[in-house]
Design a protein around this ligand. Structure first.
Ligand SMILES: Cc1cc2nc3c(=O)[nH]c(=O)nc-3n(C[C@H](O)[C@H](O)[C@H](O)COP(=O)(O)O)c2cc1C
Length: 201
């Protein structure tokens, strides 16, 4: 199979990309609207790209009708967000919060979750998640226009919270305890329990 991306086949291209670039970690992002409503949604177009300063990027793409998602509007309006960690015990709730609700309704209540105030930003953390990154927006870069076009939200991590129970003896996140889940193509997700170790050469 060979496919040359064009604006007309963006949906086919999307399905190829998300099926091939796998597994993708899932940022479970809390934001606050200017009216004060807490929004929560998962984003697997997500990663970290450096530590000095610590940087994360995620992409709330344009909707199929070309309009913006609530999360993008909120980060543009307020300049702040929190990345909560998506772990196996919360996978169903992470998925539930991807439902499109009107901007005045909160996914927190929909999923029966709770929030803990952040220390440096206004959006709260998800209490049930064992780790969270408080972030301030450095830059938002729209790439393209129309359906499924990317909007790169570049954030600086200003505070890191990790529950002691998921740390190893050295005080670092232990993947065997944290048990993150990740996104593959279609509706497939994966666990991170099938681990192996390779020492750096
Ligand atoms: C696991 C998972 C990962 C997702 N990743 C993305 C993503 O990277 N970008 C995106 O725009 N939507 C993604 N979605 C869909 C959004 O979560 C969904 O559009 C949500 O309603 C956006 O919420 P908002 O309008 O409150 O911002 C994902 C959904 C799931 C279940």
């Amino acid at each position: 199979m060979h496919l040359e991306p064009t604006p007309q086949n963006a949906l086919d291209v999307y399905h190829q990309l998300v099926g091939l670039v796998t597994p993708r970690p899932i940022a479970w992002v809390t934001t606050v609207s200017p009216a004060g409503v807490v929004n929560l949604a998962p984003f697997s177009f997500f990663n970290t790209f450096g530590a000095n300063p610590p940087v994360v990027v995620f992409s709330p793409t344009n909707k199929r009708d070309g309009s913006q998602k609530d999360t993008l509007r909120n980060v543009a309006d307020t300049g702040e967000f929190v990345v909560n960690t998506s772990v196996a015990a919360l996978a169903e709730k992470v998925n539930l919060t991807s439902r499109e609700l009107p901007p005045d309704q909160s996914e927190i209540e929909l999923a029966g979750l709770h929030t803990t105030p952040s220390t440096k930003v206004k959006p709260p953390r998800v209490t049930e998640s064992p780790a969270a990154l408080e972030c301030k927006v450095l830059q938002i870069i729209p790439v393209g226009t129309g359906a499924i076009a990317a909007n790169l939200v570049i954030g600086e991590v200003v505070m890191i919270h990790v529950a002691d129970e998921v740390l190893d003896e050295a005080g670092r996140p232990d993947p065997r305890k944290l048990q993150t889940v990740a996104r593959l193509g279609g509706d497939f997700w994966c666990h991170t329990s099938d681990l192996f170790e390779l020492k750096r050469p």
